[in-house]
Design a protein around this ligand. Sequence first.
Ligand SMILES: Cc1cc2nc3c(=O)[nH]c(=O)nc-3n(C[C@H](O)[C@H](O)[C@H](O)COP(=O)(O)OP(=O)(O)OC[C@H]3O[C@@H](n4cnc5c(N)ncnc54)[C@H](O)[C@@H]3O)c2cc1C
Length: 452
Amino acid sequence: MTQTFDLVVIGSGTAAQTVASRCRSAGWTVAMVDTRPFGGTCALRGCDPKKVLVGAAAAVDAARLLSGKGIRPEGLAIDWADLIRFKRAFTDPYPAKLQARLAREGIVAFQNAGRFVSPTDVAVGESVLQARRAIVIATGARPAEIPIDGREHLITSDQFLDLPSLPSSVTFVGGGYISFEFAHVAARAGARVTMLHRDDRPLGEFDSGLVERLVSRTRALGVDVRLNADVREIRRADSAYRISATGHGGSIVIDADLVVHGAGRVPDIDGLALDAGGVRSSRDGIAVNQYLQSVSNPLVYAAGDCADTDGPALTPVAAYEGRVVAANVLEGNHITPRYEAIPSVVFTVPPLARMGLREEDARANGMSFVSHRDDTSTWFSSRRVGETCSGSNVLVEPESGRILGAHVLGPNADETINLFAMASRAGITADRLKEVLWAYPTHASDTPHMFG
Ligand SMILES: Cc1cc2nc3c(=O)[nH]c(=O)nc-3n(C[C@H](O)[C@H](O)[C@H](O)COP(=O)(O)OP(=O)(O)OC[C@H]3O[C@@H](n4cnc5c(N)ncnc54)[C@H](O)[C@@H]3O)c2cc1C
């Protein structure tokens, strides 16, 4: 059976919801398709459930840091089963709530895989959805295939976030933000944690000096962070797994009850039969022009993690690209996305955050800049909570006073970075930022001291 809609959106995550709601509000008929329960990664398998778990780790850590400074943390522990139940209080009701909202708005939901059968048609089970005005691909990302013997033994981040119990030893393959965040949670929950990262630079997108400090803090927690450890094989060994890696100093063998994939994500586009739709793509995602429109099929647009754009794979970027696509399909191509000053956070405890350029980016762009690098662990904001791991690096262009980049590690870095992002995006210079009277004592009141 063929049904015709003005817009067919494939995916139901952040990008898809943004486009669908805006087009529906403008009076378009809209179909939304998702293979999995409606809601996408952020709400169900990413940012939100992850942050619930991080919240528990932060609570335990906060008490432990004040041990001997007014708090007796003995007996404090994470009850994993309780914590997962608490997490499910957020994730379990979400798909039904979203579907009810979509129904109220008049967006027609199809729970099934979508795939192109022609440049204008998407097959969903037995139905064919024909798009009159646009098809938006917003299918997100999935864990990358990694060339390791025994990779079938790896569990994904989806599974980690829903483990009914936490085994006593966990190994993470890869040293990206997902591994660091989960390792910090698992270690606080009492697991013996190992992380194997193939080169000497984990969290490569972040300020290298601050990453070094976070690695030290992670090791001090008891996490065995092995750099230059290239995982080659995962084998079942009795009831656990044996992980073999090659390292600079020879081979590495680790035994663990659980092995978690933390080695990157790629656009989830293989199941879309893109050839049938005349939609060009690469390993980096759907090939789009500056308006986020397919370079090969003008009816098709892409947004979020699946689109090959300069935007990082983050929820606010997916929402932003969704807004850009909605404006372009509704009013004709006229908006191009701006990707500068996007904040990004590793939600470890303490968190590491960045926005804008790193020193190496500014140098590569030939920009003149002054780097204000500080160890902030002696500052009141860190000392009063017993945190010894905190620092910052703020890059300012001397002629204009523009804040080119900010990097913050330590308590509240995940919030502080938003002030820098706002200043940078709104064109507020370092001097103007110093004129602000911040409430004291707060992390915001530290910010002017981070750049001179
Ligand atoms: C563990 C984890 C933690 C994260 N933490 C953060 C964070 O703290 N902050 C942050 O900003 N970002 C975070 N992210 C990234 C963030 O979740 C994504 O950038 C964001 O959700 C992408 O949204 P999207 O709309 O592009 O795709 P998604 O939300 O992934 O939605 C894509 C949807 O498309 C569906 N789909 C795929 N193929 C098909 C098909 N053929 N037919 C029908 N449906 C299909 C999928 O089932 C999925 O529901 C995290 C990601 C993970 C995995």
